[in-house]
Design a binder for this molecule. Structure first.
Ligand code: SF4
Length: 484
């Protein structure tokens, strides 16, 4: 995951790019809650601020006024390479012989070890232990004078998942890998008030923004222009329209999990509103796994659209049987197992009046390790549920993701070591049904070859080495003396 945002505002408009980027990042908080950061340029110099914690505690009103400039990038982190420590927060920053450069990265590289071996000075030169830091060092080192030229030389050497916002002194550049594993969209931001409550469309008042999701455009009032295409970069400069440059042929494989679960329901991907897409997945799930129940309830909040669709198709009442404490993070993306285990009781409380004595169809969007699901079933039974029938609006996750989701090894994934009956027994449900891959595609009304489904079917679009080079803490485990 990770959320990224970029902004280039018109010159002399008086609006702070740091304010716009921080606001845009707020809409992407669900994509990463370990750290947040912002880099700004005033046209001559880049300033950076980042820290561990939620966006609101890192980028607060005391900090933002000191980050002056009309160009900015921002990042919130969910770790897939390296520990959750300050050094690994982003944006990364590096002052090279040719350029100063800051980067926000969403995704995970699969040839980190090889790239590290090629980096002059090796691991000892990296202040942090992330693949993003390694990419930044490669770009800063690149002898080409122009940042776009440097990118054109470096990107073909990089393999894996990367959506990037890159900041040099004069430009913000958005980049999406040839598979387009992670999303990235461009928006137009009108900043000049015509005086009648509407914005002027005068180009001198036009700014440009980049965001992981369209919800990031909405929050700053930007209009969606288009996706950055897989294998493409977009150059945003003051006073110019965006320039799109292809650096590799596109072989699209957007992470289907973005549509099933990760991205916000009010975002759009592949022309689909994600609330609607998930509601249709729930309808499809009801067709594939019908059940006699008294009511349908979601595991909040992310299971809600699919539960609504399930109830609609099954002609059953929809109720909320669990109340979510809104002021804690998402269980799945907190880094340690201990936190995950404590997470569910901190986050969810059953509504006894709703569930007592009832046969429940409980709809969730995934089972990863199974521990959270087991606790939810226990909570519902303790609250008096007569039966708990689990319905999952995604297929079973058999394989780890190497492209930016923190399910590093197969043994962490319950579906890779247990049959569906064993999973049902482990979580304590009366029945269990998963949506099929065909069902996901039917709900989306899109073809298979637009997406990555690798964690469901093992068909990795980009070959992944099953060795240490793709492990999360790889850069930390190499001793400094022998690194590189
Ligand atoms: Fe998404 Fe799964 Fe592919 Fe990873 S392996 S990019 S989570 S579909």
């Amino acid at each position: 995951m990770c959320g990224i945002f970029g902004a280039v505002l018109p010159p002399g408009g008086g609006t702070s790019a740091a304010d716009v980027a921080a606001l845009g990042l707020f809409a992407l908080q669900h994509r990463g809650q370990e750290s947040a950061g912002l880099a700004v340029s005033d046209g001559e110099q880049i300033m950076l601020y980042k820290d561990l914690g939620m966006i609101s505690s890192v980028l607060d009103e005391r900090r933002l006024p000191s980050l002056r400039g009309e160009l900015a990038i921002a990042h919130c982190r969910y770790s897939t390479t390296g520990s959750s420590v300050w050094e690994n927060a982003q944006p990364t920053f590096r002052l090279g012989p040719r350029r100063a450069i800051a980067i926000g990265h969403n995704g995970n590289l699969v040839n980190t070890r090889q790239l590290l071996a090629e980096l002059p000075g090796g691991r000892a030169r990296l202040p942090a232990s992330t693949d993003s830091e390694l990419m930044t060092a490669m770009l800063a080192d690149e002898p080409a004078v122009d940042t776009v030229d440097a990118l054109m030389r470096v990107l073909p050497r990089i393999r894996g998942a990367y959506s990037l916002v890159v900041l040099d002194e004069r430009r913000v550049i958005g980049v999406r890998d040839p598979f387009g594993f992670r999303p990235l969209v461009v928006g137009r931001l009108q900043t000049g008030d015509r005086g009648d409550g509407l914005w002027t469309d005068d180009p001198s008042h036009t700014g440009w923004v980049l965001a992981s999701e369209t919800a990031g455009l909405d929050i700053v009032g930007a209009e969606y222009v288009r996706d950055v295409a897989p294998g493409e970069l977009v150059i945003l400069e003051q006073g110019r329209d965006p320039r799109y440059v292809r650096f590799a042929p596109a072989t699209p494989a957007l992470c289907v999990f973005e549509l099933i679960y990760f991205a916000r329901p009010d975002s759009y991907m592949e022309g689909r509103n994600l609330y609607e897409a998930r509601r249709r997945m729930g309808m499809q799930l009801a067709l594939e796994h019908p059940i006699e129940a008294d009511l349908v309830m979601p595991v909040p909040d992310t299971g809600a659209p699919a539960a609504a669709g399930f109830a609609e198709a099954a002609r059953l009442p929809y109720r909320e049987g669990l109340v979510r404490n809104r002021y804690t993070g998402r269980t799945f993306i907190q880094p340690s197992q201990t936190m995950r285990q404590r997470g569910v009781t901190i986050k969810l409380n059953p509504l006894r009046e709703v569930v007592r004595g009832k046969r429940l169809a409980v709809v969730d969007d995934s089972i990863v390790r199974g521990t959270t699901t087991k606790q939810i079933v226990e909570l519902l039974r303790k609250a008096g549920a007569a039966e708990v029938h689990l319905r999952i609006s995604a297929p079973p996750i058999y394989h780890p993701c190497f492209y930016g989701i923190d399910t590093q090894i197969e043994t962490e994934l319950i579906a890779s070591t247990h049959s569906e009956d064993e999973i049902r027994d482990f979580v304590g449900a009366d029945s269990l049904g998963y949506l099929s891959i065909q069902g996901v595609l039917a709900a989306l009304d899109l073809p298979y070859d637009r997406f990555c489904f690798a964690c469901f079917d093992g068909r990795y679009p980009e070959p992944v080495p099953y060795d240490a080079s793709s492990r999360k803490f790889m850069l930390e485990e190499l001793p400094v003396a022998t690194r590189g």
